[in-house]
Design a protein around this ligand. Structure first.
Ligand SMILES: Nc1ncnc2c1ncn2[C@@H]1O[C@H](COP(=O)(O)OP(=O)(O)OP(=O)(O)O)[C@@H](O)[C@H]1O
Ligand SMILES: [Mg+2]
Length: 290
């Protein structure tokens, strides 16, 4: 049984502006099947229907047509809600509560016992890098910090399904990596994750499978490994070659009609450079410049 199963899902919005009244088809005939324990990414440009799809899966929006079930029951069913964690696109929490109080409050809503709440709150404050800021009110949090607390609240009750609308938006690269590690651990524990993101690198690294939406339609779906693999090219990296070695290699490739590009020096990623710089600066606490 798939944890999320949507068939021919449609959502239309009517904009009631007199003569200019029109219908926006936000989601068009969408089929979706997300098996247990997978991390599934919904991608697509702004306005392509990602949030609308999520809201229908959560039972917060009624589909115009089609069906969607979650954990074997219709979307929005109390059984589905009880076992689902959700991080909305915009985190709106109670600003006067501290991070710690927020998680405790969410734990109460889920009917978690006190000891359980305390343990889980501490664990998630730690995992989301919010332990040091736990006694500060949400009003004082930066965007990324609010996002981290939002993620912690979505995971607090150990849900079977976690739905995250742009979990890494506003996060710095360190936070980004922490969140990706956390999501991978959560999925390894058997939890199913549906997320949206604009940051394609994140998605490629954390998702097992993706679907790309465009104007409400699914235009591509597949396993990330398969989608990104190129079977028509091979890449090699070698030590720097001397002139003769290089000429010999090129001559061989030409002789055998093997097409090639390069050689070129491999580039590091900006992400790797960022981490290396931070690591080498650890303990200095100063600014970084070159
Ligand atoms: N409540 C609403 N009333 C009218 N139109 C809406 C409503 N909600 C969404 N839409 C429209 O539906 C389409 C899909 O919106 P949606 O928020 O699902 O996109 P998205 O893929 O999440 O975009 P983003 O990347 O910007 O978050 C857009 O054209 C949007 O204007
Ligand atoms: Mg959205």
């Amino acid at each position: 049984m798939d944890v999320i199963a949507a068939q021919a899902l449609v959502k239309e919005f009517k904009t009631p502006w007199g003569a200019a009244a029109r219908t926006v088809r936000a989601v068009a005939a969408l089929d979706l099947a997300v098996p247990k324990g997978r991390i599934f990414g919904l991608l697509g440009p702004n306005g392509s229907g990602k949030t609308t799809t999520i809201l229908m899966i959560l039972g917060l929006l009624r589909p115009t047509a089609g069906r969607v079930s979650v954990l074997g029951v219709p979307a929005g069913h109390p059984e589905a809600r009880r076992f689902t964690g959700y991080l909305p696109e915009e985190t709106r929490l109670y600003e006067f509560l501290t991070g710690e109080e927020t998680l405790d409050f969410v734990g109460r809503l889920f009917g978690m016992k006190r000891a359980d709440r305390k343990r889980r709150t501490a664990e998630l404050l730690e995992r989301t890098g919010m332990w040091d800021a736990r006694k500060r009110t949400l009003a004082t949090y930066s965007k990324g910090m609010a996002r981290r607390i939002g993620l912690a609240q979505a995971l607090l009750s150990k849900p079977q399904l976690v739905v995250l609308d742009e979990p890494t938006s506003g996060l710095d690269p360190v936070g980004n990596r922490e969140v990706r590690d956390l999501l991978r651990d959560v999925a390894a524990g058997g939890t199913t994750i549906l997320l949206t993101s604009h940051i394609l690198g994140d998605v490629a690294e954390v998702c097992d499978r993706i679907a790309i939406l465009h104007a409400g339609r699914k235009v591509l779906e597949g396993d990330v490994k398969t989608l990104l693999a190129r079977t028509d090219r091979l890449a090699w990296e070698t030590d720097v070659l001397g002139d003769d070695e290089r000429a010999g290699l090129v001559a061989y490739l030409r002789e055998h009609s093997i097409s090639f590009e390069g050689p070129s020096a491999p580039r590091t990623t900006l992400e790797r450079l960022f981490f290396e710089t931070l690591e080498s600066d650890a303990g200095h606490g100063g600014g970084v410049s070159t």
